[in-house]
Design a protein around this ligand. Sequence first.
Ligand SMILES: Nc1ncnc2c1ncn2[C@@H]1O[C@H](COP(=O)(O)OP(=O)(O)O)[C@@H](O)[C@H]1O
Ligand SMILES: [Mg+2]
Length: 641
Amino acid sequence: MSRFVKLMVAFVAIIVLLSGTFAVVAVFFIGERVVAEAQSRVSSDLNSAGEIYDTYLDDLYDLARFQADRFYLREAVLGGDASAAAEELTALMVAEQLDFLTVTDAAGAVLLRAANPGVVGDSQAGMSVVAAALREATPVAATAVFTADMLGQESPSLPEVAKLELVETQGARPRDDTVETDGLVLLAAAPVVDDAGDVIGALYCGQLATRRYGIVDGIKETVFGGAQYEGRDIGTSTIFLDDVRIATNVLNEDGTRAIGTRVSEEVYDRVVVGGERWVGRAYVVNDWYIAAYDPLRDRDGRVVGMLYVGTLEKPYVDLRLSTSLLFLAITLIAVVAAIAFSYVFSRRLSRPVRALVEASRKVAAGDLQAKVTVTSNDEIGELASSFNTMAASLQARDDQLKEFTRRKVMESERLAVVGQLAADVAHELNNPLQGIVTYSHLLLEKMTLDDTRRPPVEKIANQATRCVTIIRGLLDFSRPKTPHKQLTALPGAIDECLSLVEDRVLFHNIEVVRDYQEDLPPTVVDPAQMQQVFMNLIINAAEAMDGVGRLRVTTRLDAGRRVIQIIFWDTGHGISEENMGRIFDPFFTTKEVGHGTGLGLAISFGIVKEHGGTIVVESEDGAGTAFTIELPVLGIEGDVQ
Ligand SMILES: Nc1ncnc2c1ncn2[C@@H]1O[C@H](COP(=O)(O)OP(=O)(O)O)[C@@H](O)[C@H]1O
Ligand SMILES: [Mg+2]
């Protein structure tokens, strides 16, 4: 994954996570707010509904009080014959849309019933509203429940109006009966008082709430103003008797008013049984409403029914939905904008990095001219400029190296030419020198021992012999002979070399220590060439010790690496730091002119290398030197030529 993609992924993840969380929380809160708002609206609507309901009671109250005070009524009651007022009261009942209007004496015995003139004489002192009016001499209005008998007594047509078939309603409390025969009545009573102020009777009147839609429609009109949503009324209002809808503008599927249906058990328990307000989401008849219910109490404080208002939930659901959608749309736009921004930002961030990657690829491929142009003055900018510096210094190093190798190549070419030249010269000189050696020896043979010319001729012979040695070394070096390899026991080969030199004067004061591993395996080498190497090292050691010291020769097997190590340790003057790197160079010597050729180690190095081995030196200036040769352990079938 490129840096750009990584950045983008990180940005998008952050954006989506943040906005997602934000959106969920916000949508949740919008929902909560809308619901809370709706519920508080409905709650206050229910307060208004209660007040409207109370105005109906107040109207009845005023009516009762006013009529009880009328002169004709007082006269009629005082006269003990209320029928005198019958005509007046009946007209009043009709005009005020009362369902019944009744007059009693001071004891509560009925004197006159406007709606049922035939039935008089019964006592209504037990009715708490009437009792209160008589006893306290003050008008009273309240909600009350009348049984069918009571209703029938007041007006023969009322029981039929009050009677409701109960409609099977899901979630309603279980009920055995299928018909509601009681009636919820808005009731008012007022005392009839004589001139002395004594109560001489009472007037009471009432309206049956069942099927009386004026109140609920009035509430709906006043509270909701007939507002509609998608062709349906938003607001509804209902009066319940116990848990039965007796007056409502909640409609059935077929458009009729849903009277006879019942409230859910949950609401019933809370409002009718518990006497408390209930506000919440309710499924009313066939739709969801945000609903509020208050208990309706009679004069004695008993809950006899409920007053309900509710608004369709749908407008709120839609509001919540549209608000949430609007919010989500805004969030989405913000997210897209943020992603677009981070895209641009990531590109800008990753562009210099890509440039760097590009440039370093070029450098890796050998194009040291590659440069990055990054202008940002942050870490990337720094990185780019140090990259450029690095590339530049690499370029400089590269140039230096090329120059160095060019010079080296030229130098070694020159050396090769010189070497070839030297070899040719050596070859040419070999024959004349042999002649000088031969003839000088012949001369010496012919001279007597005391011949005075003898010393110079001896010098000629010796010097010529030395020249031959040098020339031979030079020839050995310039054209190495093909080796004749055979299985050889190295300690034996070393011993042969030692025995050749041990008698020489140079070795008289040198202690030679043979430190050979016993079961050292033989290996395949050219014994003559190896002996040349050993001889060189032995002579060098002796010369370094100036004839006095100890030479230790160690042979051992490094079984793990399958090599034989031959080490020549001496206690000579050692090799200085500066000469260390040059002793294997041809013609390098520290010995006086005429003593060293500087070819010994160069030839030895060539031979060991040709055998697949190595030769290394360790030395402590002034203390001694150790040359270590390592040769591979080879069998006959190995590298034999
Ligand atoms: N054992 C040794 N101890 C100290 N110096 C050594 C030893 N062997 C070789 N050298 C140094 O390496 C030089 C090169 O040796 P070599 O190639 O054999 O040439 P030569 O012996 O003719 O000088 C010697 O001149 C000497 O300075
Ligand atoms: Mg030497």
